[in-house]
Design a protein around this ligand. Structure first.
Ligand code: GDP
Ligand code: MG
Length: 371
């Protein structure tokens, strides 16, 4: 562990020793000599009284890490694209998701009662799968991004032809552009009389979205989410763009996933839906997310059917969590229960330390306000 003397810290902070010693006495310390060795916590407390927020190098302790990305993805199998539908309220996101869900050729399968697990897969006629995230758009997207989980490959931007570009449309464009995620525009409600979809494309151009008709490379599809018109074409466009993106993932490594949503369910206990990113997640696996963990007791797909394994870009609900994890949490696989317990204990200890540091900072903030 790093330590520093009183003298060394004063030099580091660029303050006179005697001034710092007075500060130390003021905050209740008694190691009042220049050659005393300060602990990290003490040094942090002193630094904070000078308004310097220290970065304490955390000892990493037991931790799980994602595998580094391989140099050559081309030998790994293709995976489905993951789509987030965004757009202004009432422009038809939920209607479009419902239409897509029921258009899936697997919809008629036995046990095919759709379950809300935060994402669902649509099997295309050509055999490709497309995964749609269906948690309320922007919030989930932002939560995942805030935790560095860029789970979305393509954003479908829904714009109602009778309403045009609205505040949440602009917000969605911003989110997608910030994340560097390509957009496909779905101009919705084209069944309504008197609407002119080409006006929407002109309007989008003013907001940095140049559709193919306007000389750009963003695809725009005219649809009626309500009647189903154009929805197949939209799905085909998604599949085509996905092919261009050449989305691949390793399947022969420990599982990595992102938590989409979590809840306590009657009869099922703590559950969490996750989107697998890499590797194969299997029943019996031991996984960690945030400060909780799980030995996967059972998994269910978006039809409520039990599954024993889930590969990249598929969503499953997982049963068996000690406590529920948070949306956006990274899920990583551990080798043993002993290992995962060590990792979680370490994470909890670190979180406590951070909270302590935050409260010290809050107290000092108050002090600075008073003085
Ligand atoms: P969301 O807020 O974006 O999820 O929008 P909803 O899917 O809830 O749709 C808002 C309203 O628009 C509902 O009354 C839908 O029935 C209606 N709506 C959605 N899509 C269409 C469409 O393609 N045509 C028409 N005429 N109405 C639609
Ligand atoms: Mg909705």
């Amino acid at each position: 562990p790093l330590t520093i003397t009183v003298d060394g810290l004063a030099k580091l902070l660029g303050v006179p020793n005697d001034h710092m010693l007075r500060k130390m006495r003021f905050i209740g310390m008694n190691k009042l000599a220049n050659d005393y060795l300060l602990s990290n916590e003490e040094a942090a407390d002193i630094a904070l009284t000078y308004g310097v927020v220290p970065v304490i190098p955390e000892e990493s302790g037991p931790e799980l890490y994602p595998r580094p990305a391989p140099d050559d993805m081309s030998k790994h199998p293709l995976r489905p694209p993951v789509i987030t539908i965004m757009g202004h309220v009432d422009h038809g996101k939920t209607t479009l998701l419902d239409t897509l869900r029921s258009s899936s050729i697997t919809a008629g399968e036995a046990g095919g009662i759709t379950q809300h697990i935060g994402a669902f897969s649509v099997l295309m006629k050509g055999g490709q799968n497309i995964t749609f995230l269906d948690t309320p758009g922007h919030a989930a997207f932002s939560a995942m991004r805030a935790r560095g989980a860029n789970a979305t490959d393509i954003v479908v931007l829904v714009v109602a032809a009778d309403d045009g570009v609205m505040p949440q449309t602009k917000e969605a464009i911003q989110h997608a552009q910030d994340a560097g995620v390509p957009i496909i525009v779905a101009i919705n409600k084209c069944d309504k009389s008197g609407v002119d979809p080409s006006l929407i494309q002109e309007e989008l151009l003013q907001h940095g979205i140049q559709t193919e008709n306007m000389g750009g490379d963003v695809q725009a599809v005219e649809i009626s989410a309500l009647k189903g018109d154009g929805v197949d074409e939209l799905a085909e466009n998604i599949a085509t763009l996905a092919e261009v993106l050449d989305l691949r993932a390793e399947v022969d490594i420990p599982a990595e996933a992102s938590v989409i949503e979590s809840q306590v369910e009657k009869g099922r206990g703590n559950t969490a839906s996750v989107l697998v990113k890499r590797g194969m997640l299997k029943v019996g696996d031991i996984i960690a997310a945030g400060t909780t963990w799980c030995k996967v007791r059972s998994m269910a797909d978006d039809r409520g059917k039990p599954v024993v394994s889930a590969g990249p870009a598929t969503a499953v609900k997982i049963m068996g969590w000690k406590e529920i994890p948070q949306a956006g949490d990274l899920v990583l696989q551990a080798k043993t229960e002993a290992q995962v317990k060590d990792v979680i204990a370490n994470r909890i200890a670190k979180r406590k330390k951070r909270e302590q540091l935050d409260s010290i900072e809050a107290v000092n903030e108050k002090r600075r306000e008073i003085h």
